[in-house]
Design a protein around this ligand. Structure first.
Ligand SMILES: [Zn+2]
Length: 375
């Protein structure tokens, strides 16, 4: 989730917002100032409602942030480092750098957020009792809303479907009872998906029976949970399969390289046809100078294959195209997935010497293989 806009740091954790957050912010501010506040607290001017809507939406954002910070703080204290929190469409995501090793840790991290929301609800409720509706009508309206919305956040997050907090609690409980973390993850994410389908269907039903806005929210939240359940599950499988592995543990050590001065025709006959790889590192004076890809070769007219050399058509090698033997396998996968690349990465040691090669397909096969063993 690197597409966040970086805001500031709290407790050493980078806080970012996803661009989708702006859409939700406007929707919230608008629906509060045009719907909720005039309905619940009639008698103010439109300007006052607008101010109430914007202030409440901003404070709601702060509450979501506190919720995520409680998760992150707990997580960091338990040794699972969190470096970044991204706030996006329906709340926030604190990105765990690794998965918890035991159910108790998972449970503590999961409940910390809802606990924060519960505490915030209590604080806002007490404040609303202090700043009464008679003496401070506007302030009281905002405080009451914040008390209510924190209860909503608490309840919503405790829905027992992974990757929501409730789903993580369920996963921890199942894991503690059976000792089988993978099955626990599958069950929790299946329940998450089931709940998402329920929200989507009931949302459509509401949309067509008169409650359009409420129904639309329900559908949107359902789609969000569905996607999160899917990608959350995949991430857990990948993290568990690759945890603790370095590039040097999984790379292929015998690398076939093509010398820069070969003709294209020779590269096709002696390399592409012979070895079935789509990419080869190109060497000159035993140094890797670039990558020769099948795509590049295909784009060159056959009549020129005899004339052109590999060095003339290879892609130059940038820092984004190589790995180091000590890179984490998970980081390597992220690098391979994020860029538009050939899918095969030369592994270079500190001196720039070629020590191996790692392909996306190799990594995917390994994940499949190890996930199969964990069943
Ligand atoms: Zn949470």
């Amino acid at each position: 989730m690197a597409r966040g806009i970086k805001l500031f740091k709290v407790l050493g954790i980078q806080i970012s917002i996803d661009w989708t957050w702006f859409i939700v912010f406007v929707l919230f501010a608008w629906s509060l100032s045009a719907g909720y506040f005039p309905f619940r607290h009639p008698g103010f001017t439109p300007g006052t409602y607008l101010a109430m809507g914007v202030v409440s939406a901003l404070l709601l954002f702060a509450c979501v942030l506190v919720h995520e910070l409680f998760h992150s703080y707990t997580s960091n204290r338990l040794g699972l480092e969190i470096r970044e929190i991204t706030l996006f469409i329906f709340g926030g995501v604190a990105e765990l750098t690794k998965e918890p090793d035991d159910p108790a840790t998972e449970f503590k991290i999961a409940v910390a957020g809802p606990l924060a929301s519960g505490l915030l609800a209590l604080v806002f409720w007490l404040l609303s009792a202090l700043f009464t509706g008679e003496a401070y009508p506007v302030v009281n309206a905002i405080l009451s809303y914040l008390a209510l919305i924190n209860i909503v956040l608490l309840v919503f997050n405790m829905i027992p479907g992974f990757p929501l907090d409730g789903g993580r609690v369920l996963r921890a409980a199942w894991w503690a009872r059976t000792g089988d973390v993978d099955r626990a993850t599958r069950v929790a994410s299946l329940i998450g998906k089931g709940f998402a389908v329920f929200l989507i269907l009931s949302g459509f039903l509401q949309m067509f029976t008169g409650n359009f806005t409420g129904g639309l929210w329900s559908v949107l939240i359902g789609v969000f949970i569905q996607q999160a359940a899917e990608s959350g599950y995949r991430q857990v499988v990948i993290k568990r399969a690759l945890e603790g592995l370095k590039v040097k543990d999984i790379m292929s050590k015998d690398v076939v390289t093509v010398p820069e001065d070969k003709r294209i025709s020779e590269a096709v006959d002696d390399y592409f046809i012979k070895y079935h790889h789509a990419t080869f590192p190109v060497t000159s004076n035993s140094h890797v100078s670039g990558l020769l890809t099948l795509n590049k070769v295909r784009n060159i007219d056959k009549s020129e294959w005899e004339r052109k050399s590999v060095g003339e058509v290879m892609e130059p090698l940038g820092p984004k195209d190589t790995l180091s033997p000590d890179d984490d396998a998970i980081e390597a996968l992220r690098k391979m997935a994020s860029e538009d690349n050939s899918g095969r990465f030369p592994v270079l040691d500190k001196g720039g010497k070629l020590v191996g090669i790692l392909s996306r397909t190799d990594i995917m096969k390994l994940i499949e293989f190890r996930a199969g063993l964990q069943k």
